[in-house]
Structures are given as C-alpha cells and as structure tokens.
Design a protein around this ligand. Structure first.
Ligand SMILES: Cc1cc2nc3c(=O)[nH]c(=O)nc-3n(C[C@H](O)[C@H](O)[C@H](O)COP(=O)(O)O)c2cc1C
Length: 338
C-alpha cells in the first residue's frame, strides 16, 4: 500500500518514518543508509563541528543515496548554528531545528524558503513554532530520550493534543520502535513518526557493537532507565543549569545539563557521574544504556536498517489487514437473551 501523508509530501520520502538526530554519531553514512530504505535520513550538524565539514557531509550523502534526508540543527549543541544554517540554505537541504525556541533562526529560514521541521518537548512550544512558520512539528513524548522538559507529557497524550492544536502536520516521537507504535501514532492523527533509539539498534548505526547489543538487552522495567526517562528533571536544578549556559564551554555545560536530566544529585560537582547513581543493586541486573528511551521494550535484536523499516511498514500493513473485518463483520445486536 502507499504510505502517503502530508509529511511524505513535504519531505519527499516514501514512508512516513524519520531518523532522529544524534549528537556525535549522526553522520552522513547513517543518514544515507536510512534514506536508502525509503525513510527520511538525518545528518546531525553538531557531528561535523564546522560549516565546511557539514557541506562535505551533505555532498557525500547526496552521492551515496537516491533517498531524501535533512539536517538537524540543535540549539545549545550545534556550534555556529547560524553558519550551519547558511550551508543548508546554500545546499537546499531541509532543516530540523531542535530546542524549545527556534526564534533566532526562524526569520532566515522563512526568508530562504527552506523546508522546516521543528522538534521540541511541549505542545505549546510546537504551537509557538507553527506561528513562526514551521512546516511540520515534532513533540517528543516523555518516553523518548534527549532534552527533557519538566512539563513533558507521555507520547500518547502529546500526540493527540498536538494533532488537535496544530494546523501543520505532526510527527510523533518518543518510545516508538515497531509496527504497533507506528500505526498507533498514525491512528492518533500523526502523519509520521520519528525514531531515535530504534535506529541506533541497527547494523548501520556508527556505534560500537557492544553498545548496540546493550541497547537491545536493556529492559524498560529497569528502575534506573525508568528514572532517567520517565521522571522529569527537577525544575529548580534544570533552571539553574540553563542559566549557567554562558559560564563554561558548551560541551562542559551540555554534560552538566545531561546530569540534571539524569537526576544526578551531584550534577554541580565535577564528579564523573558514571556509577554514581543510586540504582546500583545487583539484583536489578545490568545497568541500562544511558542514552536510550523506553523504545528498548520493543527492540529484540540489532538488524540491518532496511529490516527495521521494512518490518515496521509490513507489520503495519498486516495489522491493518487483520482489522479489516471490523469494517465488514455483521454484529449481532440481539440482546433479548432468547
Ligand atoms: C545518543 C542520542 C543522541 C541524541 N542527540 C540529539 C541531538 O543532538 N539533537 C536532537 O535534537 N536530538 C537528539 N537526540 C534525540 C533523538 O533525536 C530523538 O528525539 C529521540 O531519540 C526520540 O525518542 P526515541 O529514542 O524514543 O525514539 C539524541 C538521541 C540519542 C539516543
């Protein structure tokens, strides 16, 4: 069947499935591999550090795939974000901005006519970005990984609310990793999904094999993972950390914000947080990978990226076929008890 939505029309991909951004590992080879499957690939600009390197990465990605891809520009993470945007404009590559307020880049993006997706953690920030002119919005639900907001809500209610409040197409994200999550999100009115954790458990992800195996072995029930992902950061600590943005180099600041996100009580000290968290008891089993979401609950093994995407699409088609009877069955309404 044809998986056509306003998002596939906007971005030009075959399937309404988007790759997440990854600081450090979101490189062009990975984006090209995702784009080759018919999903939408994403180069993370911060993985390249300079406009020259980003330009080269875009060129390499174009040469490597016939599929479509964009570039993620994450506020607070991407160095020289304005210059990185200029490269995207020059190369005519769609951008995905990420962070709660895209105000500083919005006028230039709109003036350039570039396709623009914005990603944030609250529906109200999405509504704000829509007013600035974003063409599509992603709001990552609580189950997802990445920058957390103390006001973040679970993916299901986030999706339903966002679809109600936005005019432009909405892309659901947070804890999605299989056909059921994909179809469920579309059923709630989303016009695509975006996956971060699920794409990391693929052969093409530039992560070590051991790290990938650990992702698929991680349990969504592990108390440390649940705490990392589900409980929002302490709002006071979060604000304090945000206010310290200009007091140190950005990498150092990001590591600090990450520790606030992970509820590390010693986030202000220079103690290495590894092993310092509260959930150390052996009976809890192996510690989960730190940078994953509850999507680990639906990931069984590391697979080629094509297998992941095809499995989601084919699984969704089978599910739809299986429910076809709902449209045709004759229901016996006889309730007389005779
Ligand atoms: C290792 C890792 C690094 C990430 N880095 C970024 C980033 O630099 N910028 C960004 O916008 N999102 C980043 N994210 C978040 C993802 O792009 C995506 O929003 C999130 O993974 C969606 O939730 P899911 O993992 O449940 O699919 C990162 C996620 C992971 C797992």
């Amino acid at each position: 069947m044809e998986w056509k939505t306003r998002v596939t029309d906007l971005l030009g991909c075959k399937y309404p499935i988007l790759e997440g951004a990854y600081a450090g590992i979101g490189n062009w080879r990975f984006a090209a591999a995702v784009a080759d499957t018919g999903a939408y690939g994403l180069i993370t600009a911060s993985a390249y550090r300079t406009p020259e390197k980003l330009r080269e990465a875009i060129g390499n990605c174009r040469d490597a795939t016939e599929g479509v891809f964009g570039v993620n520009l994450s506020f607070g993470v991407c160095p020289g974000i304005e210059e990185m945007l200029e490269v995207c404009i020059e190369q005519e590559v769609p951008v995905e901005t990420a962070g709660y307020k895209p105000d500083s880049l919005a006028p230039r993006i709109k003036e350039s006519g570039l396709t623009w997706v914005h990603k944030c953690a609250r529906v109200r920030d999405a509504v704000h970005a829509e007013k600035l002119g974003a063409d599509a919005l992603i709001v990552v639900g609580l189950e997802g990984v990445g920058f957390k907001s103390p006001e973040q809500l679970p993916t299901m209610i986030t999706t339903i609310q966002a679809v109600r409040e936005l005019e432009v197409p909405f892309i659901a994200a947070g804890g999605i990793g299989d056909a059921h999550g994909f179809l469920g999100a579309l059923g709630m009115g989303a016009e695509a999904i975006m996956m971060g954790t699920a794409f990391m458990a693929t052969d093409e992800c530039p992560l070590g094999e051991k790290a990938k195996e650990k992702i698929v072995r991680s349990s969504p029930y592990h108390p440390q993972l649940r705490s990392q992902v589900l409980s929002p950061p302490d709002p006071v600590a979060f604000k304090e950390a945000m206010d310290m943005r200009d007091q140190m180099p950005v990498e150092e600041w990001l590591r600090m914000v990450e520790r606030v996100n992970f509820k590390d009580p010693s986030w202000k000290t220079d103690v290495d947080p590894a092993g310092e968290f509260a959930f150390d008891d052996e009976w809890m089993g192996e510690k989960p990978s730190k940078l994953v979401s509850l999507a680990v609950g639906v990931l069984d093994r590391v697979v080629p990226v094509k297998e992941l995407v095809d499995g989601i699409v084919q699984g969704a088609e089978e599910l739809l076929g299986g429910w076809e009877f709902l449209k045709t069955r004759s229901v016996n309404h006889d309730s007389t008890g005779d």
